[in-house]
Design a protein around this ligand. Sequence first.
Ligand SMILES: [Zn+2]
Length: 295
Amino acid sequence: MKLKELLAEKRVVITDGATGTWLAEKGELLPGQPPELLNLSNPTAIRKAHQEYLEAGSEIITTNTFGANPFKLARLNLAEKTEEINRRAVLLARETRGDAQALIAGDIGPSGELLAPLGNLSAKELASGYRKVISVLEDSGVDLFLLETFSSIQEAEIIAETISKTSSLPIIVSLTFTLGKRGPRTLMGESPEDAIRISGNSIFGLGTNCGEGGRETITIISALKKETGLPLWAKPNAGRPRILEGKTIFPENPEDAATTAQELAEAGAKFIGGCCGSTPAHIRAIKNRLHNRIK
Ligand SMILES: [Zn+2]
C-alpha cells in the first residue's frame, strides 16, 4: 500500500498519536530523558507504543526519531549515535508492523537551532546535517517522510528540498502555529499563506501539529484549506496544555478528541491523529467516530 492509494480511498486516513507524552505517562521515559534514546535502551517500550497505535487503528505510524538529528543529539553528546538511533527506530517500527498494511513515516523534527542571520546555522550546514538522517531513514525502509512541529517554514523548506534531491518518497510537512490577533503564525511570524511556498517543492501534503489545542488546529486547517489543494495533515494536542501542580495536563479525553477530529475532517483534513497528550485510546475513538461516520 502506498500513501496515494490510501488517500484514494476517499476517507480520512488515521495516523498515530503521541510517543513522548505517552511513554512518560507509562513510566518508560524519565523526566529530561530524550525519547529517541529508548530506541537503543528500551526497544520493548517503543514496539509497544507502535503496537498499541496499530491496534487502535493507525494507518500510518511514526518512527521514534523526532529529535534524532545531529544538532539536537550533539547537545546531548550523542551526535555519533545519530545513524544508529535512526536505523533502530525504523527497524522497530517495521518489526512491529509485520505484515500489516500500515505505512511508516520517518519522523524528522527541527534542529532546535536558529538559522542565519538570526542564529549561527547556515542553510548549507542545516542541509548537510540532515542528509545523513534522510538517507538512513530511507535505506532502513520508511514509506514517507514526515517533517513535524516546525515553527520555521524556512527550515522545513530547506529540509524538504534536501529530501527531494535524493528521494522520491512522499514528504509531508507539518508546521506549528499559535493563534494570535492576526490569525495563525509560526514562532518565526510566518502565516499559512507563507506555508504555500513549500508546496512548490513537490511536497505531498501540508499540515499542522502540536502548538495549542484542537479548536486552534481546526482554525489553522481551515486557513490552510483556503490556500492549497494539497492533502492536509492534522495532529492536534489532546487539548490546550495547562500546568497543574507542576505537571502538564492535556484536558481532552478520547471522546473529545473524536469530536475535534470530526470537525477537522469537515474543515478539510485528510490525515488525522494526535500530538502531545494523545494516547492509543484517543486514536481508537477518532477511528471509530470518523470511519463509522463515513461508512
Ligand atoms: Zn506535540
